[in-house]
Design a protein around this ligand. Sequence first.
Ligand code: HEM
Length: 469
Amino acid sequence: MEFISPTVIIILGCVAVLLFLQWKNLRRPPCIRGWIPWIGAGFEFGKTPLEFIEKARIKYGPVFTVIVMGTRMTFVTEEEGINVFLKSKEVNFELAVQNPIYHTASIAKNIFLKLHEKLYITVKGKMGILNLYKFTGQLTEELQEQLQNLGTHGTTDLNKFMRHLLYPVTVNILFKKGLFPTDERKIREFHQHFQAYDEGFEYGSQLPECLLRNWSKSKKWLLALFEKNIPDIKTYKSAKDNSLTVMQAVLDLLEMEANEQKSPNYGLLLLWASLSNTVPVAFWTFAFVLSHPNIHRTIMEGISSVFGTAGKDKIKVSEDDLKKLPLIKWCILETIRLRAPGVITRKVLKPVKILNYTVPSGDLLMLSPFWLHRNPKYFPEPDLFKPERWKEANLEKHAFLDCFMAFGSGKYQCPGRWLALLEIQICIILIFYYYDCSLLDPLPKQSSLHLVGVQQPEGRCRIQFKQRK
Ligand code: HEM
């Protein structure tokens, strides 16, 4: 019998080790690819995406890939993956969103990538903590103006109510005072087209426009609205001070960069970003507060102690007043925690290691704030509405609770987050100052149909309101 020489054994051993290391390095996360090529798991995923993600996590573990419409989406759900999502230099925000931006706002990739950082800095500066005080007075006035149309008492759908309040307030503040139509027919048209655009946004961000006729019609209507109004927005001068509105600052930058022809498209993006999450969050905050009588009572008492009990005179809301009513801010943040966006996303530029897996370049890395906020490790009793948990957050220093990711994170975290919180705080103060309100329906379920943005209510939810004496 012939013996294999020790040299051959060593060489074979080395090759085996090398192959093993290479295999380990290339081990990809478990992949759900469905049966149909390209469509992948698209049908099952599309039916109830949020539930799909949670079931997949239970079945496949903390990192897994889903193939949907030719796109590889790798979900991360625990520390190590979340850290890569938040900190790795090999994952990128702009390349992850550039395609949806192209579909939804018709801004080409090269223009988007060239302007994004500068535009982000501009918008963030305008709505940052240091400039926030400029919005307090305007928001109070605009909201009071809208509330005057409400009458002394009545019954209304809470979602519709919030839209009628916040669409005009937000448009008039971010773009130009008086831009929101006042004529009944035009208001109806605006609502119809913005809602159609918002509801179809998720499909619109992935599918060719020719497959979504109604959505495309609404998108064009909104673009035409901006096209027509850009000259007026540009020349508008605030009666109160010389400061530019957020959209005016965007227009200035586009002019400097010789990209003015894209102004309506950026107008549309700003409009969508400012309304699509804020309105449902205001809805849910109201619904949560009204369905928790103790919290509702404490908030009413707080408002009376700061502004007095009568609800007829116009009031001014100051930064100090807001600080005296922390429960309102906690309720808003707790609502956002429970109704957080389904996913945020980053593109993998170079392969990244997560646990024992290698996620290849080109994958979309996905993190679900919605599910992260339901992990009892990070938020004890995660399904309960417990505003008091926000006592622990250092809100004075503008820090949220650890692992609260509803506004995204990192370099391109939501630039409108402070404005959104301020707008909803003042909205709650004014409604409860002027009206006694109660819910006529149980708290509705949340729809699990969407991944982009916060969760929408499913079914009706009416309130009754009566002017306070
Ligand atoms: C409760 C309300 C809001 C929520 C939950 C929310 C959430 C988010 C999230 C999750 C992102 C993506 C961040 C990331 O991936 O890291 C984002 C981006 C953005 N948000 Fe908000 N947002 C809200 C309100 C607003 C408001 C009121 C405005 C404007 C006035 C706004 C403007 C934007 C813009 C412009 C971006 C894109 C930033 C970029 O291009 O880098 N958001 N928001």
